[in-house]
Design a protein around this ligand. Structure first.
Ligand code: ATR
Length: 267
């Protein structure tokens, strides 16, 4: 029987995940369907999906925290999800529901494998201190940066993350150092067409990565960094694809090919 998967969120109609997973299924010959699952309340919708035989869910905004609690109540909050405090992937087995967070793995695989940007020994700055950033700090630390700073408009949120993740430094945006090799925008400023307000001098000669992405042109952060003399810029479409590949692997035990998919989604 064809196995059923979905991405749950609100709104979720714009999600690229069905296209990405359809590509993975075709490439690997796995028999599955993957659709969007719009929901007002996470628990009710997830319960209904799994009771009807669904095998796995991806979880997007605004439900990653709800999913973490939901899975933990079923005894399955574990692995990367625990440090991330958020779940973006749920798999069910006979033992129950298991929660994972594949965002950090996706970011690292895009940076290190696809883009050739090593984190080990580098000075890394992450902008923003919301759920998206919290989800990737564990894997970033594991990659062995020389320095990892979280800078946020509301400095208390950066300080909270620094207290929770040993090895992370906190900063506000105005008092930021300018000596970083890799700068990662994890704020949601791009959603409203903006970018975090940092000094242009800071991005000069740095590799600048935007966890936000756009299919057409450049994100506001990437465009601005390029104008300020960044060595290179990239947006988060590759991260989206790689976190999806990791979910697919968790569900199916098969690693799907990702090469060339970003270009075909943009085309
Ligand atoms: P997400 O789950 O996408 O991380 P979030 O938890 O609401 O969303 O966090 C959004 C992050 O983007 C926060 O760090 C926020 O800064 P504040 O904590 O000061 O609100 C940051 N952010 C959003 N818009 C921003 C902007 N225009 N400039 C700078 N930071 C911004």
């Amino acid at each position: 029987m064809t196995d059923r998967y979905a991405v749950i969120g609100n709104p979720v109609g714009h999600s690229l995940s069905p296209r990405i997973h359809a590509h993975f299924a075709t490439a690997t010959g796995e028999d599955l369907t993957y659709r969007t699952l719009p929901a007002d309340a996470f628990g009710v919708a997830a319960e209904g999906f799994f009771e009807a035989g669904g095998r796995g869910l991806n979880v997007t905004l605004p439900f990653k925290l709800d999913a973490f609690v939901w899975v933990a109540e079923r005894g399955g909050g574990r692995g990367a999800a625990r440090a991330a405090g958020a779940v973006n992937t749920i798999a069910v087995s006979r033992e129950g529901a298991h929660g994972y967070n594949t965002d950090g793995v996706g970011l690292l695989r895009d940076l290190e494998h696809n883009l050739g940007v090593g984190i080990s020994g580098r000075r890394v700055l992450v902008l923003g201190a919301g759920g998206a950033v919290q989800g990737v700090l564990g894997p970033l630390l594991d990659a062995g940066p020389h320095r990892l700073t979280v800078a946020n408009r509301t400095v208390s949120k950066a300080e909270r993350l620094a207290a929770a993740f040993a090895g992370v430094e906190a900063s506000g945006l105005p008092d930021l150092d300018t000596d970083y090799d890799v700068i990662i925008n994890g704020t949601s400023a791009g959603v409203a067409g903006g970018r975090p307000p940092i000094e242009a001098a800071g991005v000069q000669d740095a590799f600048c990565y935007d966890m936000f992405y756009t299919l057409e042109g450049e994100t506001p952060f990437c465009r601005w960094c390029g104008e300020c003399g960044a060595a290179r810029t990239a947006d988060g479409l590759g991260m989206l694809i790689e976190q999806a590949a990791e979910s697919f692997f968790l569900w199916r035990g098969v690693r799907p090919p990702t090469r060339g998919l970003a270009q075909s989604l943009r085309a």
